[in-house]
Design a protein around this ligand. Structure first.
Ligand code: SF4
Ligand code: SF4
Length: 163
């Protein structure tokens, strides 16, 4: 694990070993976790309808069983740390579903900036789905698609153009 606490962000090398294989996320969207701090928190566990997320105790790092995950996105919406995402290979493109708490929300088919963990622009993508939540303790969900496989390990936020 890199010195993420000093830097304030994870690197691809920190998450790649536990990332699901493309075979798995070609079947349906699958949740991935970048939750690395051992703090008392577990809404991801209690929100999961298939019990795909487990923790040894309330302060442990959550573990996702990729075989049990059905890609519903509930854990992504409830995570207060914005540490969960869905990844999916959809025919000829890749998709990531992100928790989003900014306004304005983008619209379906908008082109948006793809941002890495440091907020740097690393490309553009097309918005495929927007789920706006009414409860203000939850995050809205934005699904963006792009062509480059490598971006699925890097894109962790979006920037609305002219927003
Ligand atoms: S996406 Fe749904 S099924 Fe998968 S881990 Fe999250 S809550 Fe569970
Ligand atoms: S809800 Fe989010 S921050 Fe809390 S344990 Fe789960 S993944 Fe980590």
């Amino acid at each position: 694990m890199s010195n993420y606490l000093e830097k304030g962000y994870l690197e691809v090398s920190d998450i790649i070993d536990n990332f699901p294989s493309e075979d798995v996320f070609s079947l349906h969207p699958v949740a991935v976790s970048e939750c690395v701090q051992e703090i008392p928190c577990n809404p991801c566990v209690s929100s999961c309808p298939t019990k795909a997320i487990t923790m040894q105790d309330i302060s442990s790092i959550p573990v996702i069983n990729y075989e049990q995950c059905i890609g519903c996105g509930k854990c992504v919406q409830v995570c207060p740390g914005l540490a969960l995402f869905l990844v999916f290979k959809n025919k000829d493109s890749y998709e990531i579903t992100l928790p989003y708490e900014m306004l304005p929300l983008p619209k379906v088919l908008d082109e948006v900036y793809l941002l890495d963990r440091t907020g740097k622009r690393i490309g553009t993508g097309i918005v495929k789905r927007v789920i706006k939540v009414e409860k203000n303790t939850y995050s809205s969900l934005i699904t963006v698609s792009f062509k480059e496989k490598s971006l699925i390990y890097e894109v962790r936020n979006i920037g609305v153009k002219n927003g």
